[in-house]
Design a protein around this ligand. Structure first.
Ligand code: MG
Length: 392
C-alpha cells in the first residue's frame, strides 16, 4: 500500500461579528484540511495550518506506506530538523499529515485510532466551554447571557479571556462571570501571553477570590522563567503550551516544572503521534494534561482518540476532571467551518464528548463545505515524489 496523492484545502470563513482576545480581534476563521489518498483508494483526513509547508513537504510522503505513521513522522522530522524548522510551520504541516495517516491506518485495520494507539481507558472525554471572548458592548449583559448559556447547556467548566481590557475592567469581568455561573462551575481565564510577570501576579491575586481553576498563558509561553515566577506567586494553578511543538519543546517545560497544566494542541505539537508521547511525558512528571483545541471536527476527533488513551494522573479510583483526569477544551466561539465540515459535528452531553468508535478517526468530511470555504479554484494537489534521495 502506497500514498498516491495528497490534496491540501486552505479554508477561510468570514464571521458575522468580529471577536477579540488580548492579542487581536478576528473577523474570520481559517484552517487547512489535508486528504491523503492511498493507491487502493483508502483516504485519511488531517488538519492544521501552514498550507505552504504542507505543499513543500507532501512530496516526501508520495510512495510511502500510509499505515506506518511513525516512519512517516520520522522522515518528515528529519527534513525539518536542521535550522530548527521543526519549531515552526514544518511541525504544523507534519501534524496534519500524521492525523491523516493514523486515519488511514485505523481504516485499514477496521479499528478506531484509540485502539490503534493501544486502547483507551475512557469512551468519553470531559470538556469545558471556551468562549467569553471580547465582543462589542459585551459587558455586562452579553457576557452574562453567554456564560449562562454554557451552564444551561450542561457544561461544568467555562473559560474566559483576560488581558484585552484595562486591568480593573478585566478583574471586574472575572468576578461578574463568577457571579453569573454560580460557585459550582469551574472558571478558568486565559491571558494569551498578554502580561508581564508583575501584572500577571497582580492579576492572579486580585481575582483569586473568584475561585479560578487555572490561569492560562499569563506570560509568553517561551519565557519559562517568567511563567515560573508567576506560578510561584499566584494562588491558582497555571497552564500553557498550546503553541509549543514536539516533545523536545515540552521537555524543558516538564524539567523546569514551568506550569501545573500543559495544553498541547494536536495541530501544533506534531499530530497524534507526538501528542501521545507528550501526554505520557506529562504523566511521568505529574503534570496535568488538558489539550487545547480551536479547529474543526478533524483535529477534535484526533485529540479525543489520544485523550482516551491517557490514564488518570496519578492513577485513581475516582477519576475527576480538574483534579487527576484530562479535561479538554471545547471551543464554542463562532466557526462556520467547524460547525458544518464533519460528520459527526461533535457536541457535548453532560460536559463530555464521546470518542468515535468507527474505524480511523471516525469522521467524514462534507465535500460541499470544503468547496464552499476553499481558497482558490481547487485543492493543491501533490502526486509526485520528492526528487531528493532519502536514506532511512
Ligand atoms: Mg489559550
Amino acid at each position: 500500500m502506497k500514498i498516491e496523492r495528497i490534496e491540501i484545502y486552505p479554508l477561510v470563513a468570514e464571521l458575522d461579528e468580529p471577536f477579540g482576545w488580548s492579542q487581536r480581534w478576528t473577523s474570520a476563521r481559517a484552517t487547512t484540511a489535508v486528504k491523503v489518498i492511498a493507491d487502493d483508494g483508502t483516504y485519511g483526513w488531517g488538519e492544521s495550518g501552514a498550507a505552504d509547508s504542507m505543499k513543500s513537504l507532501a512530496p516526501l510522503l508520495i510512495g510511502e506506506d500510509p499505515t506506518l505513521p511513525e516512519a512517516a513522522w520520522q522522515k518528515i522530522y528529519k527534513e525539518i530538523y536542521q535550522g530548527h524548522g521543526y519549531a515552526g510551520p514544518g511541525m504544523i504541516a507534519l501534524s496534519a499529515f500524521d492525523m491523516a495517516l493514523w486515519d488511514i491506518t485505523g481504516k485499514v485495520a477496521g479499528r478506531p485510532v484509540s485502539e490503534m494507539l493501544g486502547g483507551g481507558s475512557r469512551d468519553r472525554i470531559p470538556v469545558y466551554a471556551t468562549g467569553l471572548y471580547y465582543l462589542e458592548n459585551d459587558y455586562p449583559n452579553r457576557m452574562a447571557e453567554e456564560a449562562r448559556g454554557y451552564v444551561e447547556a450542561g457544561f461544568t467548566g467555562v473559560k474566559m479571556k483576560v488581558g484585552g481590557k484595562e486591568f480593573l475592567d478585566d478583574v471586574n469581568r472575572v468576578y461578574h462571570i463568577r457571579d453569573v455561573i454560580g460557585e459550582d462551575i469551574h472558571l478558568m481565564y486565559d491571558a494569551n501571553e498578554g502580561y508581564d510577570v508583575k501584572t500577571a501576579i497582580d492579576f492572579g491575586r486580585r481575582s483569586a477570590d473568584a475561585d479560578i481553576s487555572w490561569f492560562e498563558e499569563p506570560c509568553n509561553s517561551y519565557d519559562l522563567d517568567a511563567n515560573i515566577q508567576v506560578r510561584n506567586n499566584v494562588p491558582m494553578p497555571t497552564s500553557g503550551g498550546e503553541g509549543r511543538k514536539s516533545r523536545y519543546e515540552f521537555s524543558e517545560v516538564f524539567a523546569k516544572h514551568a506550569f501545573d497544566i500543559v495544553q498541547p494542541d494536536i495541530v501544533n505539537v506534531g499530530g497524534i503521534s507526538e501528542m501521545f508521547k507528550v501526554g505520557h511525558m506529562a504523566n511521568a512528571y505529574g503534570v496535568q494534561f488538558n489539550p487545547h483545541f480551536w479547529g474543526t471536527g478533524i483535529s477534535l476527533s484526533a485529540t479525543l482518540h489520544v485523550a482516551a488513551c491517557l490514564p488518570s494522573n496519578p492513577p485513581s479510583y475516582v477519576p475527576e476532571p480538574y483534579v487527576n483526569q484530562t479535561v479538554m477544551e471545547f471551543d464554542r466561539t463562532p466557526h462556520p467551518i467547524r460547525e458544518n465540515l464533519t460528520d459527526p459535528i461533535f457536541d457535548q452531553v453532560e460536559s463530555h464528548i464521546t470518542v468515535p468508535t468507527s474505524p480511523g478517526l471516525g469522521i467524514e468530511v462534507h465535500d460541499d463545505v470544503l468547496n464552499k470555504y476553499l481558497q482558490g479554484s481547487g485543492p493543491i494537489v501533490i502526486d509526485q515524489p520528492a526528487k531528493t534521495a532519502w536514506g532511512r
